[in-house]
Structures are given as structure tokens and as C-alpha cells.
Design a protein around this ligand. Structure first.
Ligand SMILES: Nc1nc2c(ncn2[C@@H]2O[C@H](COP(=O)(O)OP(=O)(O)O)[C@@H](O)[C@H]2O)c(=O)[nH]1
Ligand SMILES: [Mg+2]
Ligand SMILES: [Zn+2]
Length: 377
């Protein structure tokens, strides 16, 4: 993303703006004021061919390549704004929490809705925003550029499930259910793609011999991934897990039954998440529309609660991207004979050679081949 100096920018507005849903006085008031009282917007009417072309001048910074989908970061009057984090989005209202922990029900400045082009929703859970407070309510004036985004693409539009996620805790269990390294590999690829730092957390260590897991854990540790061996039941290494979660937004992923809820309850007893003996969670493939939310932790930081993405590792990576998202394969691909080597059947393939001489873990390579094949692009 690049930022340029503040200037007046001429912006084409989205044409077929959706009919606005009226939702109470607050939104109506803001929607009106969002335009009429907005110094940084000057109405300008250009008569186009047939339709009225919508062009306006906006004062702000030009941004490019940001996942918010804006090309302009509008200037706001920071003196009258507070900064906060979006915990939840309910229809047109975003629940924003300030650093002091006060919450505001916020509407979105109309300008933002209009400037925004390629996304289903303007505000995403996890967004850092500047808003103008008014009692317990507020008006979001600006959405800061996003990092670490978990998104889904539907009909060419990006649907951001949650923004500004810093860590992904990948929970696996040493036993019951058996450890599934291929699933860990998929989540790692998802984390790499989203640019979220993963931490592998092997739970139910009370049911396993730590030594039996050493070879596998060694492979991940060697790649530079942090690996924790924990037990929700025994409390093993939960202090380390608390440390991972502190002061950042973390998404917790993993197969059903591995103990995600148990671990979070152990770390933060007030959460009271439901623990299920039998796996009754969302089955892979079924679409959950449940939206994400951030749950503040008492020690600082947030857990991203989003049932719909627990299984999201099974999406959207094109086959040619997969190698670059494997930390152990990425450095090898430059040494293959063919620049478009798929590392599956080609001669003089540095990846296959590395498997042959033991420098690349054969099981990781097997994961790579599976993920390439599963790709449905
Ligand atoms: N032995 C053992 N069982 C655990 C541990 N953590 C969770 N469980 C059990 O595993 C089952 C699934 O736990 P749950 O937290 O609901 O898993 P989730 O589906 O990943 O949220 C429950 O019966 C838990 O009591 C652990 O560290 N050791
Ligand atoms: Mg659970
Ligand atoms: Zn190759």
C-alpha cells in the first residue's frame, strides 16, 4: 500500500447505489448530515450521456492496494474524533470500542459508503476507525488501512470476514481426534496468504507421549513456526498461550473437537464457551452466515469469534500460489529448471530433489501435492 500527500481528489462514485434502508433516526440523521454538512465534499454535477455522472471532489490521501477497497482515505477532523475498534457489525450499526473500553453504536458516514466500490460491506469486524462520538452513539468517519484480513470472494466482490487479525492459533489435538498434520498445513497456508502470524497449538498433551510428537513438531519449529504443547485439562503451558493472546486480535482455528472452546475457557473463564463432547460444530461445506465478532480479553487483546471460518482453510488458493505459501518450499522454487515448474512431475525439480535427499520433509511435500490437486480454479 502506498500513501501520497493529502490533496483534492476527483472520485467517481459508485453508480447503482443500493436503496438505503431506513433504520431509525440516528442513521437517517447521519445519512443526511454525511452529505450536507460535509466540508470535504463538494457536489458537482456533470451531465453525462443519459445518466448523471457522479463525480465529486474529496479531500484526503490517495491510497492504493488497500483491502478496505477505498482509493481515498478521507481527511477527518481528528479533534472531534475518537479512535476505536469494531467489535461487531449489526446491520447498519457497528459496535465500536475505544481503548478505554467504552462502546458506541456507530453509523457510517455516507461518504464512505459512496466511495467504497468493490466490497459487500463498508465496515468489517476488526476495523480500526475514527468516529465522531455523540452520547452512546457515533459516526464512523474513516476506516484505517487493514492488515491481516480474512476474506472470502463471492461474485468478484471481496467479503472481509474480519480485519486486522494479528495471530492465528491453529489448534490441533495430540489424540482424540488424532493429530492431522495435513490440516495444520492447510491452516498454515491460509495464515501465510492472509499475512497473519500462525502459532501451532497441540492440545490434549495429557493423552499423548510428548516424545512421539517430537519429529513432527521439529519440522514446524525448523521452519520458524511457534509450536505450543498444551492441555486444557491439565493446564499445561496455558501461561504461554495467554501470552500469545495478549494485546492482539487472534483467530482460533482447528477441527471440531480438538479443544478450542476448552482452551479459551481455561485462558479466560468468563467466556463460558460451550464445550461439546461430540462434535456438533459446523460441518465442512455447510455455509454459516453467522457473522464474526471480537471478544475482548480481560488481559488485553481480542479473540475473533467466527464459527463460519473455522473450516475456511479449504478455499481460494490457486494451484500456482501454493508453493509460495509453503515456507519450506518457497526458497527452493527458484532452483527448478522450468520457471513454471509445478514440482510434481518435471525433471530437474529442486523441490523433488530436496525430498529425495531429505532436506524437505516428505510429509510436507505430500501436503503440497494434495493442496495443488484440490485447487478448483
Ligand atoms: N483429555 C483432554 N480432553 C480435552 C482437552 N481439551 C478439550 N478436551 C475435550 O475435548 C472435547 C472437545 O472440546 P471442545 O473444547 O468443545 O472442542 P472444540 O470443538 O475445538 O471447541 C471435550 O469433550 C473436551 O472436554 C484436553 O486438553 N485434554
Ligand atoms: Mg468449540
Ligand atoms: Zn520444481
Amino acid at each position: 500500500m502506498s500513501k501520497k500527500k493529502k490533496k483534492k481528489l476527483r472520485v467517481s462514485f459508485r453508480k447503482n447505489r443500493q436503496a438505503r434502508t431506513r433504520q431509525g433516526g440516528l442513521t437517517q440523521k447521519f445519512e443526511r448530515e454525511g452529505f450536507e454538512d460535509d466540508d470535504s465534499v463538494r457536489r458537482e454535477q456533470l451531465s453525462g450521456k443519459g445518466e448523471l455522472a457522479k463525480k465529486r471532489t474529496v479531500i484526503g490521501q490517495e491510497v492504493s492496494g488497500d483491502s478496505t477497497g477505498f482509493s481515498v482515505l478521507p481527511e477527518v477532523d481528528l479533534e472531534h474524533c475518537l479512535s476505536g475498534r469494531v467489535l461487531e457489525v449489526r446491520g447498519l450499526i457497528s459496535v465500536v470500542q475505544t481503548i478505554e473500553g467504552k462502546r458506541y453504536d456507530c453509523a457510517v458516514r455516507r461518504l464512505l459508503k459512496t466511495l467504497q466500490t468493490d466490497q459487500r460491506h463498508v465496515v468489517a469486524v476488526g476495523d480500526e476507525v475514527q468516529f465522531r462520538p455523540d452520547g452512546d452513539e457515533g459516526l464512523i468517519e474513516r476506516i484505517e488501512p487493514r492488515r491481516g484480513v480474512l476474506a472470502r470472494t463471492s461474485r468478484d466482490r471481496q467479503h472481509v470476514l474480519v480485519a486486522n487479525v494479528e495471530k492465528m492459533v491453529i489448534v490441533a489435538s495430540a489424540a482424540e481426534p488424532d493429530l492431522k498434520p495435513h490440516l495444520i498445513d492447510r491452516f498454515l497456508v491460509a495464515a501465510e496468504q492472509a499475512e497473519i502470524e500462525p502459532v501451532i497449538c497441540v492440545n490434549k498433551m495429557d493423552l499423548a507421549q510428548p516424545r512421539s510428537l517430537q519429529p513432527l513438531i521439529g519440522v514446524y519449529a525448523q521452519m520458524g513456526y511457534e509450536v505450543l504443547q498444551v492441555s486444557a485439562t491439565d493446564g499445561l503451558n496455558l501461561t504461554q498461550l495467554r501470552g500469545v493472546l495478549r494485546d492482539r486480535a487472534t483467530v482460533v482455528v482447528g477441527q471440531s473437537g480438538v479443544g478450542k472452546s476448552s482452551l479459551l475457557n481455561a485462558v479466560e473463564p468468563d467466556l463460558g464457551l460451550r464445550v461439546s463432547a461430540v462434535s456438533r460444530e459446523t460441518k465442512k461445506g455447510r455455509h454459516t452466515t453467522t457473522t464474526a465478532r471480537l471478544i475482548p480479553l480481560s488481559g488485553g487483546g481480542f479473540i475473533v469469534d467466527t464459527p463460519g471460518i473455522r473450516q475456511f482453510a479449504l478455499w481460494d488458493v490457486a494451484s500456482q500460489e501454493v508453493a509460495g505459501l509453503f515456507r519450506d518450499i518457497r526458497p527452493l522454487v527458484g532452483y527448478c529448471r522450468f520457471p513454471d515448474c509445478t514440482h510434481t512431475h518435471e525433471a530437474d525439480c529442486a523441490v523433488k530433489d530436496s525430498v529425495a535427499d531429505g532436506r524437505l520433509d516428505a510429509r510436507r511435500y505430500d501436503s503440497y501435492c494434495h493442496m495443488r490437486r484440490d485447487d478448483n480454479h
